[in-house]
Design a protein around this ligand. Structure first.
Ligand code: S3P
Length: 434
């Protein structure tokens, strides 16, 4: 039997909590730290299954990573030409960011490599990355568009001018990592701004980029120099508690030290449009990534049509935003969100199935959903389909539930949020492993 959560109906959340480090930034700290010359000390690192897959892959290619504490690493970079051929297939587990960014990083190497992942990752599209990398001269084969991915050695890559067909930070980042090894200046245009952690971190490592909204230029051949990296709390993990607070937060409920990079704060903007009472107390704007303590208290939420330009800026937060929508007065409409269908699960279909189980009326659309809010959740059993964010989202629903919610297939919560049960219990949720 798979691991489950038993979540009892609860009333409120309170106090001050912290969430683990940012997953996107943690992956990138290992990848760029490995390519740099000198050491990179990383604090606040997310020691989750996804990031540990990246760490293990780096070690297998000759990068030494010292573990100085549970969330404190020292990465000894091997320099631009120092990576070694791995001794076998690199298994990225559930991590889409790891496989796609490594495709870019390995595309221009003089050795071959094969990348694969778990059953969920092996269903996810990789041609969106392989396509532009081939235009740069990479020799890459996917398996009917999916992992395993075989990368053959090449002697050089050339710069490209590429317009992304979809808003994807992973595709943009893979191209930028390949561009570091390419001759000439690569130019990437995105249809809408997406998270810019790669660009910010490259600059921290001494790479010069030209940036305009939705566009970036990078000239190949620039060296990276090791630099300290402080990883903030992950706003995608904080999101579960932002919604918990918006539906059941007592005054003073605060999530401390959360990354508030403007390319990640769509969840705050959307909740505020719904009428949430969210207050940001800025902490530190001096590093590459700004942080804040975020205070949120219960208010009467109302349904909205989520502005489509906010979708890429909140792309990982929709599962729990659908829980907020179910609690809000009136209808919430999400459109232009077809990317949700190719995440760790088909998040539109899996959330719709769960909302139905808990008695929430909704209409699933090809690119979104319409949710009729103003309801309490009835108790029931949810199949998370092995998707960490679905499992955590339905745990939050318990705050407005009339019966017990049993969430099945929750092992993968550890891919992004080790210790979720402890943090949730500290906030006031009645969740326990079952
Ligand atoms: C990520 C980008 C997003 C996001 C994922 C992490 C990243 O994926 O959903 O969780 O770290 O670059 P896409 O690029 O597929 O939108």
């Amino acid at each position: 039997m798979t691991a489950r959560y038993r979540v009892s109906p609860g009333s409120s959340v309170s106090g001050r909590i912290r969430v683990p480090g940012d997953k996107s930034i943690s992956h990138r700290s290992l990848m760029l730290g490995g390519l740099a010359s000198g050491a990179t000390e990383v604090t606040g690192f997310l020691s989750s299954a996804d990031c540990l897959a990246t760490l293990e892959a780096q070690r297998r290619m000759g990068v030494t990573v010292e573990q100085l504490g549970p969330h404190h690493l020292r990465v000894h970079g091997v320099g631009a030409k120092g990576l070694q051929a791995p001794d076998g297939v690199l298994d990225m587990g559930n991590a889409g960011t790891a496989i796609r960014l490594f495709m870019g990083l390995l595309a221009g190497q003089p050795f071959g490599s094969t990348l694969t992942g778990d059953a969920s990752l092996r269903k996810r599209p990789m041609e969106r990355v392989a396509g532009p990398l081939r235009l740069m001269g990479a020799h890459i084969e996917t398996t009917e568009g999916k992992p395993p991915v075989r990368i053959h050695p090449v002697s050089r890559l050339n710069a490209i001018d590429y317009a992304l067909p979809m808003a994807s930070a992973q595709v943009k980042s893979a191209i930028l990592l390949a561009a570091l090894r390419a001759e000439g200046t690569t130019h990437v245009t995105e249809p809408a701004p997406t998270r810019d952690h790669t660009e910010r971190m490259l600059e921290a490592f001494g790479v010069s980029l030209r940036r305009e909204p939705g566009q970036v230029w990078l000239t190949g051949g620039q060296p990276l120099t090791g630099t300290p990296i402080s990883v903030p709390g992950d706003i995608s993990s904080a999101a579960f508690f932002l919604v918990a607070g918006a539906i059941a937060g007592q005054a003073g409920f605060t999530i401390e030290n959360v990354g508030i990079n403007p390319t990640r704060t769509g969840v705050i903007d959307i909740l505020k449009l719904m009428g949430a009472d969210i207050r940001l107390h800025p902490r530190d704007a001096s590093g590459a990534e700004p942080t804040a303590d975020i205070e949120v208290r219960a208010s009467n939420l109302k349904g909205i049509h989520v502005p489509e330009e906010l979708v890429p800026l909140a792309i990982d937060e929709f599962p729990v935003l659908f829980i907020a929508a179910a609690c809000a007065e009136g209808e919430t409409i999400v459109s232009g969100a077809e990317e949700l269908r190719v995440k760790e699960s088909d998040r539109l279909a899996v959330m719709a199935e769960g909302l139905k189980r808990l008695g929430i009326p909704h209409e699933l659309q090809p690119d979104g959903i319409r949710i009729q809010g103003g309801h309490r959740f009835q108790g029931g059993t949810i199949d998370s389909h092995g998707d960490h964010r679905i499992a955590m989202a339905f745990s939050v629903a318990s705050l407005r539930a009339d019966g017990e919610i049993l969430v099945e297939d929750v092992e993968n919560v550890g891919t992004s949020f080790p210790g979720f049960v402890d943090v949730a219990r500290a906030a006031g949720l009645s969740v326990e492993p079952a």
